[in-house]
Ligand binder design. Structure first.
Ligand code: GLA
Length: 394
């Protein structure tokens, strides 16, 4: 009898502690992450001066006030491991060390992110975390790191579920809350198994700065909406806004990322932005769609003539409504709201245009454009969007 009680107690302790280990940090991603990352613009050409300049620009441009908080190193910050196996930074690129950079970011009210990989090497060939997970997590905690992006190169014969869970546990045991960004490009359908592992998972291969790339990614990401939610988001990759596309395409790219509740990780040189770029990245009303507390990824409701009609349920019974014109030429769209009466099964929200009247707030022109009582004609320029917040009339 006594023995069996002891056995049960031991089992409870064991399973109890296993449960404890299988945890990620709470409330690091109640809404999608917002920040900046070095890869899209600089690849491995990164250094302390650049990063400090980015930290400064996050503040001076108003990006920090708009909600962007992470400044993330991507591939190429690494030096060698020391005699005990602890990873060091490249001392030529980062002479003051990573902790000093993190402290600098923190002194400005920002957070610092870092990059590694589940394999032996990072994609660019630097020393990565396979076999060093706990050491790396400990080192990041010592450096006061707040965010880890973990990539998927050199991972032949590595089990993705095990590899990412191992790093999650290592981060958890190191004790410092770290946002965990999984970057295995959707290769193993992480949306099906990583809800309790990461705060976000890449759903596709790498973005590049052109229309075909990001619209292709959008098509892959939009069908995964049911897997996203507070704490665990689909990540269609970092933004290319400000890296060379025409302003209409930048605007559409940014808006669609917000409609899809994507992490908003900037990839441009925010120290030198054209006014039209900062106008996009600082549009708080569009950002608010992405950051809405309901945390429901938007849905493409209808597509007609290469024009897509998207809805995103928002808190307090409101909606975002976006028309995305994939044609090169402008399209005149007649919107009969009564054709958009539907219930979104995922969120259980209904548009109820037959019983409710919404006023129309155009989020790019920042003008109020009447209500949903009347049929509306909307001209959407080529490769562009028109997006409204449907505000409930009291
Ligand atoms: C992969 C990732 C990119 C970037 C590079 C760095 O391709 O998907 O986002 O981190 O590696 O080498």
């Amino acid at each position: 009898m006594k023995k069996s009680i002891l056995f049960v107690a031991a089992a409870m302790l064991l399973f109890g502690s296993m449960n404890l280990r299988a945890q990620k940090f709470e409330h690091l991603a109640d809404t999608p992450a917002m920040g900046w990352n070095s890869w899209n613009k600089y690849q491995c050409n990164i250094n302390e001066d650049l990063l400090k300049g980015i930290v400064d620009a996050m503040v001076s441009t108003g990006l920090k006030d708009a909600g962007y908080q992470y400044v993330n190193l991507d591939d190429g910050w690494h030096g060698q491991r020391d005699a005990d196996g602890f990873i060091q930074c490249d001392a030529k690129k980062f002479p003051s060390g990573i902790k000093s950079l993190a402290d600098y970011a923190h002194s400005k009210g920002l957070k610092l992110g870092i990059y590694s990989c589940c394999g032996k090497l990072t994609c660019a060939g630097y020393s990565a975390s396979l076999g060093h997970e706990y050491q790396d997590a400990l080192q990041y905690a010592r450096w006061n790191i707040d965010y880890l992006k973990e990539d998927w190169c050199y991972c032949e014969n590595v089990n993705p579920k095990g590899a990412y869970a191992l790093m999650r546990d290592a981060l958890h045991d190191a004790g410092r809350p770290v946002y965990f960004s999984m970057c295995e490009w959707g290769s193993n359908k992480p949306w099906e198994w990583a809800k309790d592992t990461g705060n976000s998972w890449r759903t596709t291969g790498d973005i590049s700065c052109n229309w075909d790339s990001w619209t292709g990614i959008l098509d892959q990401n939009k069908v995964l909406r049911k897997y996203a939610g507070p704490g665990h988001w689909n990540d269609p990759d970092m933004l290319e806004v400000g890296n060379g596309m025409p302003v209409n395409e930048d605007r559409a790219h940014f808006t669609m990322w917000c409609m899809m509740s994507a992490p908003l990780i900037l990839g441009n040189d925010i120290r030198n932005m054209k006014p039209e770029t900062s106008a996009i990245l600082l549009n708080k009303e569009v950002i608010a769609l992405d950051q809405d507390k309901l945390g429901v990824q938007g849905l493409m409701y209808l597509t007609q003539d290469n024009v897509e009609y998207w809805f995103k349920p928002l808190e307090n019974g409101e909606w975002a409504f976006c028309i995305f014109n994939r044609n090169k030429d402008a399209k005149k769209c007649t919107v009969d709201w009564q054709k958009f009466n539907f219930k979104d099964d995922l969120s259980t929200c209904s548009t109820d245009f037959n019983t409710k009247v919404y006023s129309l707030r155009n989020l790019w022109t920042k003008k109020n454009e009447g209500t949903t009582k009347k049929i509306k004609t909307i001209v959407v320029p080529g490769h562009d969007v028109v997006v409204y917040r449907l505000v409930l009339k009291k």
